[in-house]
Design a protein around this ligand. Structure first.
Ligand code: C2E
Ligand code: CA
Ligand code: CA
Ligand code: CA
Length: 278
């Protein structure tokens, strides 16, 4: 007998099914992925508002499949996290980032590259050892690298996260709390996680010029973080109005399309390293 009537037990709407298929397809493509042929890194500059000098860059992973399709990280990172492939991808990112950085000419103030770490990476037992090995292999100092974590990834096991981050910090690596404000109980995490920078999520910056509520929130985050001795970076800055407002609120650094889009290494070298004050 047919158990489900037409409108009963219909848990999956067509778009949900499409989503499941897409996830399965990405998982398959990830299994076959050849990093050297399909992956590359983009570098998005961070700017110190003080003096408008280059502060460093965030490393963002890019993927073009053998079919020539570019799959955005928002789509494939969660799948890679789910399947565990993120560990392999993540170490590839770190190695490429270290290699690229070692190639760049020494700056008066060392350029800092920020690398995103997802939950599985953060809780990988070999994380700290492998970071140290890569750093030494490429002759870098810990201060040249920063790791970005989110509250939600740290929350999986707060004690463990605090322990791992504490080790990285003791070694001299920079640590930032990404997407700040979007998680649960952000304020209590700010107290317990040993980070030195807070990255205010783009969603708070977007309407900052017109939305009083958002402006008050951002002002409070900046004040609070500053009082805790943390640097504050605003993400997703797209207009000069936002930039001026953030500056007047005492924000330290900005990142966003207004300053520059994420750029491939060669373009970063010519358009940023070659011409920017730093
Ligand atoms: P995220 O860490 O929050 O990175 C910032 C995202 O905002 C990037 O998207 C960047 O291209 C985008 N963005 C920067 N400035 C602006 C702006 O002014 N306006 C707008 N609308 N967007 C801006 P992307 O590169 O697509 O990366 C998306 C997410 O994927 C990242 O968010 C991060 O969570 C994840 N991701 C990217 N690369 C890696 C990686 O190597 N490892 C891990 N674990 N995650 C990564
Ligand atoms: Ca990030
Ligand atoms: Ca972010
Ligand atoms: Ca994010």
């Amino acid at each position: 007998a047919k158990r489900a009537g037409k409108n009963k037990h219909c848990f999956y709407r067509p778009e949900m099914l499409a989503q499941l298929n897409r996830t399965a397809e990405i998982a398959t493509l990830l299994k076959r992925l050849e990093p050297a042929r399909e992956l590359w890194l983009a570098f998005q500059p961070r700017m110190h508002l003080d003096g408008r000098v280059l502060a460093g860059a965030e490393v963002l992973l890019r993927w073009r499949t053998p079919d020539g399709e570019e799959i955005p990280p928002q789509e494939f990172i969660p799948v890679a996290e789910e399947t565990g492939q993120i560990l392999r991808l993540g170490y590839w990112v770190m190695e490429q980032a270290c290699q690229t950085l070692s190639r760049w000419p020494a700056q008066a103030t060392p350029l800092v590259l920020s690398i995103n770490l997802s939950a599985r990476q953060l809780f990988d037992e070999l994380l700290v050892e492998r970071i140290e090995k890569l750093r030494q292999r490429y002759g870098l100092s810990p201060a040249q690298l920063e790791f970005e974590i989110t509250e939600s990834s740290a929350m999986r096991d707060m004690d463990d996260a605090v322990r791992v981050l504490g080790r990285l910090r003791a070694l001299g690596y920079g640590l930032s709390l990404d997407d700040f404000g979007t998680g649960f109980s952000s304020l209590s995490h700010l107290r317990s996680l040993p980070v030195d920078t807070v990255k205010i999520d783009r969603s708070f910056i977007r309407d900052i010029e017109h939305d009083t509520h958002d402006r008050v929130l951002v002002a409070s985050i900046i004040e609070l973080a500053s009082n805790l001795g943390l640097r504050v970076l605003a993400e997703g800055v797209e207009t000069t109005g936002q930039l001026q407002l953030l500056e007047s609120l005492g924000c330290d650094d900005v990142q966003g399309y207004l300053v520059a889009r994420p750029l491939a290494a060669e373009r970063f070298e010519t358009e940023v390293l070659g011409s920017w004050p730093h």
